[in-house]
Design a protein around this ligand. Structure first.
Ligand SMILES: *[C@@H]1O[C@H](CO)[C@@H](O)[C@H](O)[C@H]1NC(C)=O
Ligand SMILES: *[C@@H]1O[C@H](CO)[C@@H](O)[C@H](O)[C@H]1NC(C)=O
Ligand SMILES: *[C@@H]1O[C@H](CO)[C@@H](O)[C@H](O)[C@H]1NC(C)=O
Length: 214
């Protein structure tokens, strides 16, 4: 009970801090056409990101996609708060319609959370990519409780450095979301050997969870 209470209080406090953009998530966000997931596999470095609540919690973020017998999984690893090397593994949901190929969802399972919060699903839309150099991925969550939303955008690169041409292409989709590219934060990939290495799965810090009170 106490755990649930703490979780709840924590979540409610979080909601007010994280969800800063008014109204619902943008509709009809243009995504990558004819997206081919098979070419999106393996490793991506996050060279820049946009987080609408302005939080800067990690560096050295790497996303890795891999197939297992039970599905396709996404492993997000990063250095949290400059101290902890952590990772989170989510399962990708593959859209059945070919037109929606880039509209992936990722779901994380937290067996210890209160039951209605054990599985958390987030959009994970690929807005742009050429598979070999850059990719732009977007998520948005809406909190009906306060009628606000939260956006996170990953600018990903196959290499630790994103070349200028690729960066230009990668930031193009930001215009449709009304995001000023100046608000992108550069991920620092130079100090990636922190003090602590956690080999247990942790909560992903790039997503926000609206408290489901109805
Ligand atoms: C996720 O990636 C990190 C960093 O590469 C690695 O240490 C960890 O073992 C991976 N976890 C899984 C379940 O693949
Ligand atoms: C990320 O790296 C930058 C530049 O080194 C540093 O200023 C910032 O504190 C780091 N952020 C975190 C959360 O470790
Ligand atoms: C992703 O989640 C949304 C909202 O729950 C749902 O409408 C959509 O069908 C899901 N897509 C996939 C590929 O599961």
């Amino acid at each position: 009970m106490l755990k649930i209470l703490i979780f709840f209080v924590f979540s409610v406090c979080s909601v007010f801090g994280y969800f800063t953009l008014s109204g619902e998530c943008p509709k009809n966000v243009p995504v990558k056409e004819e997206f081919r997931l098979a070419e999106f596999y393996d490793k991506w470095y996050q060279t820049h990101y946009y987080s609408s609540d302005g939080q800067k919690q990690n560096n050295c973020s790497v996303i890795q996609l891999a197939s297992k017998s039970t599905g396709i999984y996404l492993n997000q690893s990063r250095v949290d708060l400059g101290l902890f090397h952590r990772y989170s593994v989510g399962k990708l949901e593959i859209p059945p319609r070919i037109e929606d190929a880039a509209k992936l969802n990722v779901s994380f399972t937290f067996p210890d959370a209160p039951r209605r919060l054990t599985v958390r699903k987030y959009p994970f839309y690929v807005l742009a990519t050429n598979y070999n150099y850059y990719a732009t991925v977007y998520t948005c969550e809406y909190s009906p409780l306060i009628d606000k939303h939260y956006i996170y955008v990953w600018i990903l690169s196959r290499h630790q450095i994103l070349n200028d041409v690729s960066k230009e292409l990668a930031i193009k989709p930001l215009a449709a979301l009304g995001i000023d590219p100046k608000k992108l934060v550069k991920d620092d990939l130079s100090k990636c050997s922190p003090k602590y290495f956690e080999d247990m799965q942790a909560e992903p810090m790039t997503f926000r969870y609206p408290v489901p009170i109805h």
